[in-house]
Ligand binder design. Structure first.
Ligand code: SF4
Ligand code: SF4
Length: 383
C-alpha cells in the first residue's frame, strides 16, 4: 500500500481554492480521473453531530462542493453523500445533520445526492484482527469508491480524529454505541477501528482528505475549540494520512490507532513520502489535547496509568447541572445505560459511576457542553 501523503496549505474555505489544491494534490499523488469514471462514489463527511461548520467539528461544506466538482469532471456515474452521525440513524436525523452542517445547500449547489435511506447490512472482513463483521450503511456498502472527507480534531477517547476514526461513521446508527460496550478497553476499540479502515482499503478504492483548515482542539470531537491550522492532508492510505496528522499536531506516539497501524505494517515513519509542504513547516504549535488525555507529570503516576487498577482513576464524566437542559441525548447515547434523568420540574441527567466504561459518548453527544471530564482526587493530588 502506498505511503504517499500530500500536505497542502490553504487559508480559506473558498470552494475554488480548495478545488485547486485538491486537483494539485490528486495529481501529485497520481490519482487519475479514470479512478472515478463510471463509478459509484460515496462521499463520507464527518457530521458527528448537528453543528455549524464554523465550530470546527464537522467537515466544511466547501470540501463537499470541491470534491464533487472533481468527481463530476472525472465522469463518476453516481455521487452520494453518505454518513451515519452519532445517534439514531433515521431520515429525520440525517435531514437535520445535513441542514445544520451546511451539507444540504452544498449538495444542491454541487448537484449531487444526499442519502436518506436507513438500511444497513453486515459486511464480513476475514482479515479483521479483533472484529470480522461490521454493520455498514447501504450507500457505503454499494459504493465502488469512498471519498473520506474527514476533519482533523482532538478526541476524548482516541486522542485524535482524522481519517481512520471517520470510518466509524459508516457503521449504522446506535450500533456504534454497542461497539463501545463491546470494546470497553481503549486498545481493543482502536484495534477494531483499524480493522474497519483496513476492510475498506482492501475492498474499495479510497481517497482520504483531511480538512484541517479550521479543526478542533481541546475537548473534541464536539465540545472543543475551533483551531485554525490552514492545512489539508490527502492520501489513498488513511493510516499514513493519520500518521502525518498526529505528527502535525504534536501527538506522535500518542494516538493508539496510529500505533496499531504501524505495528501491523499499514504505515511507517520510514516509508512515509510526503509531497507538497513539509511536515516541519506546517506543524501546529501548542495544539491543546483533550482533558482525558492530559498526562500525569510524575513517573509514579505514569506507571500506574499503565495498569488496570488505574482505570478506576481515569478521568470520568460528570454532569454540569447548570448547563444541562434535560434533553436526554446522553441517556440515549450511553452504551452501558448508566445515565438516568432525575428531578420533576427540571429534569437533569445524572451519571451512576458504577458501570461507566469512560467511552465519553455522552460528552460527544451533549448539545450544551454539559458533560464535563473530572480527574480523580488521587491523580490531582499526585500531579
Ligand atoms: S445531553 Fe447534555 S443537556 Fe442533554 S440531558 Fe445529557 S447532559 Fe443534559
Ligand atoms: S456515562 Fe458516558 S462515558 Fe460512561 S459509559 Fe455512559 S456514555 Fe460512556
Amino acid at each position: 500500500m502506498t505511503e504517499k501523503v500530500a500536505l497542502g496549505k490553504c487559508t480559506t474555505y473558498d470552494t475554488d481554492e480548495i478545488y485547486k489544491l485538491l486537483r494539485f494534490q490528486f495529481e501529485s499523488l497520481g490519482i487519475e480521473d479514470c479512478r472515478f469514471a463510471g463509478k459509484k462514489v460515496a462521499v463520507k463527511p464527518n457530521l458527528v453531530r448537528k453543528m455549524d461548520s464554523s465550530l470546527g467539528g464537522t467537515t466544511h461544506p466547501s470540501f463537499v462542493e470541491a470534491v464533487s466538482r472533481i468527481l463530476k469532471e472525472a465522469g463518476a456515474a453516481e455521487i452520494v453523500v453518505a454518513e451515519s452521525p452519532a445517534g439514531v440513524y433515521s431520515e429525520s436525523a440525517l435531514r437535520a445533520a445535513y441542514k445544520v452542517c451546511g451539507i444540504s445547500d452544498a449538495a444542491e449547489r454541487a448537484g449531487i445526492s444526499l442519502n436518506y435511506g436507513t438500511g444497513s447490512a453486515i459486511c464480513k472482513f476475514e482479515g479483521g484482527k479483533v472484529l470480522q463483521n461490521f454493520d455498514i450503511i447501504d450507500p457505503i456498502r454499494g459504493a465502488d469508491v469512498i471519498i473520506n472527507l474527514c476533519k482533523l480534531k482532538s478526541h476524548g477517547l482516541t486522542a485524535m480524529s482524522a481519517a481512520v476514526k471517520n470510518y466509524f461513521g459508516t457503521i449504522s446508527g446506535v450500533e456504534k454505541f454497542e461497539m463501545h460496550a463491546r470494546f470497553p478497553d481503549m486498545d481493543n476499540f482502536c484495534s477494531m477501528l483499524v480493522d474497519l479502515c483496513r476492510m475498506y482499503s482492501e475492498n474499495k478504492y479510497t481517497v482520504n482528505i483531511v480538512d484541517g483548515i479550521v479543526g478542533m482542539e481541546g475537548n473534541g470531537p464536539t465540545n472543543g475549540e475551533p483551531r485554525r491550522m490552514d492545512l489539508v492532508v490527502t492520501s489513498e492510505n488513511a493510516f499514513a494520512a493519520d500518521l502525518v496528522c498526529a505528527k502535525l499536531i504534536g501527538l506522535e506516539g500518542g494516538v493508539k490507532t496510529v500505533l496499531i497501524s504501524e505495528e501491523r505494517g499499514y504505515c511507517s515513519l520510514g516509508g512515509l513520502e510526503t509531497v507538497g509542504e513539509s511536515i516541519e513547516s506546517m506543524k501546529v504549535a501548542g495544539f491543546d489535547i483533550p482533558d482525558t488525555k492530559k498526562p500525569p507529570r510524575f513517573s509514579a503516576v505514569s506507571f500506574l496509568a499503565d495498569t488496570r487498577i488505574m482505570r478506576m482513576f481515569e478521568p470520568r464524566p460528570v454532569i454540569d447541572k447548570a448547563k444541562c437542559i434535560g434533553c436526554g441525548e446522553c441517556v440515549r447515547s450511553c452504551p452501558k445505560h448508566t445515565i438516568k434523568m432525575s428531578g420533576t420540574k427540571k429534569r437533569r441527567a445524572e451519571i451512576a459511576r458504577s458501570g461507566c466504561i469512560k467511552c465519553y459518548c455522552c460528552q460527544e453527544l451533549c448539545p450544551r457542553d454539559a458533560v464535563r471530564i473530572r480527574r480523580s482526587l488521587v491523580t490531582k493530588m499526585l500531579t
